[in-house]
Design a protein around this ligand. Structure first.
Ligand code: NAP
Length: 540
């Protein structure tokens, strides 16, 4: 195996720094816009406000009011009042609001890109992933909700005499808890289908990235969403989480596996339904026939988009031994060509980590892997010269089982590459994890790729792509197996989870008990023949 000398990814123009507060970025008066957005939630909150720093600079962008339990209860009360009126609107009308949101997001994308960059610290192209995912998901439910929610006929127990259909009713008020890493896209993916189904929503975004959620909220009201149908509460999970869970008729949580497990315990007490979108340790398998250069380019996007702070990003790569060294060289070369920087333009290929906590975790995982015998092929250093939380995209080889990141999610721009000798071994190693969120397979033979994909225990698997093919195909379900979650977002499933199924059957003529004149023995014989005959009827 060949190692390349660690090098320094290039840097682009920076913004921020003590003399250049982020609010002063030309063309992006973010602090005043932030204040306008925050004003949308600023009434009646009495928790101590918190300051939200911009990752590029560490300087504050917004002061966020914080709710306490009493405010959260008030907000749910208002959401409950509006819910029956919102649900009474025809689905097509609700659907049209979502279709308009899709248009507005595309029209006003420049502002969304600025906001996502400023509060999450990501590169502008990665922020555009959020804009496109938001428009795609709003467009999808803006087009398909009425079809998905339409009453479905089912074959009744007695042909012609039992007419049966399945209805879908909204759950009520849905509580949505969102993380900081994909603030716009995950808000859209979790909130919009809940609204389309006739629910109202109370969302708790992460303080770090509340502005993106507030921005989409503003657009939704412009698109015709009634006031209070979607409300945003700001506050720490440890302070308002319990109340939010207690008040919700359905909880949609996206975040880490430990928090998800804790919440699931609380929710189960109340027999409320929920979905959990949790962490991953996503593998990529490079088959022996793969195009090495394409696979390496794909790996850079799969591992370093949003500085690796993406639940579906790749952290483990298994490469056939015949092409392992060539792959590592190509990956290192492309990684070193990534431009790091924090500017509100498209020059940088990778942005900053989002917080000091993230920098601490990433640094400690890499240092620990190194101490446990790993080789740092490239990267492996913080870059305070670029901004307080920048860290180089990092490729490791020779990672041993002793290293924390061998099994644990790093959630940063760090990937480990391992050689394997046969495909069964690669599949077994890909599956040797408690997680099961996303995976990627690279090959010149798409059919072979699809066969291997089906053997990997992950909720989404991409062939010749890292994550974007499934992530962008919003008509497909997205979510995790094993410790990566419960339930799915996107697709029909992501809408139906926010509904209660109701079966309605109308019986005519014969009842389903023997008439008084017919002995039970005769009745059971007739029914037995009938059930057997039903089995033989052609399927409809
Ligand atoms: P986290 O610490 O679990 O926090 C996620 C959200 O939950 C935040 O808004 C947080 O707010 C809130 N929260 C924490 N404790 C709570 C409680 N007791 N009650 C109610 N809410 C509570 O996760 P994170 O570090 O922000 O996010 C990164 C993780 O999310 C990674 O593991 C990543 O893989 C995962 N993720 C998964 C997906 C997916 O689709 N599967 C998508 C994105 C991210 P506070 O911070 O205010 O407490």
């Amino acid at each position: 195996m060949t190692s390349t000398v660690p090098s320094t990814p290039r840097q682009s123009g920076q913004i921020g720094g003590p003399a250049d507060p982020i609010g002063g970025v030309p063309g992006a008066p973010m602090t005043s816009r932030a204040a306008q957005l925050v004003a949308r939630v600023a009434t009646g909150l009495d928790g101590a406000p918190v300051q939200m720093p911009a990752p590029y600079t560490g300087l504050p962008v917004a002061t966020l009011p914080q709710a306490g339990a009493a405010e959260v209860r008030d907000v749910f009360g208002r959401a409950r009042e509006v819910q029956t009126r919102w649900a009474a609107r025809p689905v097509r009308e609700r659907q049209r609001v979502l279709a308009r949101i899709a248009d507005l997001v595309l029209q006003h994308q420049a502002e969304a890109l600025d906001l996502v960059q400023v509060e999450a610290g990501k590169a502008r192209l990665d922020a555009f992933d959020e804009v496109s995912a938001t428009a795609l998901v709003a467009g999808y439910y803006g087009k398909h909700s009425a079809r998905i929610l339409a009453p479905k006929r089912a074959a009744g127990v007695l042909p012609l005499l039992t007419t049966a259909k399945e209805l879908r009713h909204p759950k009520g008020v849905v509580g949505v808890i969102s993380p900081w890493n994909y603030p716009l896209a995950l808000t859209a993916m979790d909130v919009l289908p809940a609204l389309a189904a006739g629910n109202t929503v109370v969302q708790k975004p992460d303080n770090q990235t509340a502005l993106s959620a507030l921005w989409l909220h503003e657009l939704a009201e412009q698109a015709g969403l009634p006031a209070d149908a979607w409300q945003i509460v700001l506050g720490r999970g440890s302070v308002i989480g319990d109340t939010l869970v207690e008040e919700s008729d359905y909880v949609c949580f996206t975040g880490s596996t430990p928090t998800g497990k804790r919440l699931a315990g609380q929710i189960a007490e109340r027999l409320t339904s929920y979905s959990l979108e949790l962490g991953g340790k996503n593998p990529m398998v490079v088959l022996p026939d793969a195009d090495v250069r394409k696979a390496a380019a794909g790996a850079v996007a799969a591992c370093f988009s949003s500085a690796g702070q993406l639940c579906v990003s790749v952290e483990r790569i298994y490469v056939h031994e015949s092409i392992h060294d060539e792959f590592v060289r190509a990956l290192a070369e492309r990684t070193e060509a990534l431009t790091l920087g924090g500017a509100l333009d498209f020059r940088a290929g990778m942005g900053s980590l989002t917080s000091e906590d993230q920098l601490r975790t990433v640094s400690s995982h890499v240092d620990d892997a190194r101490a446990a015998g790993a080789t740092v092929v490239t990267g492996g250093r913080p870059r305070p010269d670029l901004g307080p939380y920048f860290y180089e995209p990092t490729v490791l080889t020779g990672v041993t089982e002793k290293a924390t990141l061998f099994r644990e999610e790093t959630f940063g721009p760090v990937v480990s590459v391992y050689p394997y000798s046969d495909v069964d071994e690669a599949v077994a190693r890909a599956n040797d994890t408690d997680f099961g969120l996303n995976a990627s397979v690279w090959t010149r033979d798409p059919r072979r790729g699809a066969e291997v994909a089906a053997r990997i225990k992950a909720g989404t698997v991409n062939v010749n792509e890292g994550y974007a093919a499934t992530f962008g195909t919003v008509g497909l379900p997205m979510g995790g197996m094993k410790d990566s979650g419960v339930g799915r977002r996107n697709s029909a499933e992501g809408l139906l989870k926010y509904t209660e199924a109701q079966a309605v059957a109308v019986q005519r003529g014969l009842r389903l008990r023997p008439p008084r004149a017919v002995p039970a023995r005769v009745w059971t014989r007739v029914m037995t023949s009938g059930i057997a005959a039903l089995k033989r009827l052609p399927r409809r």
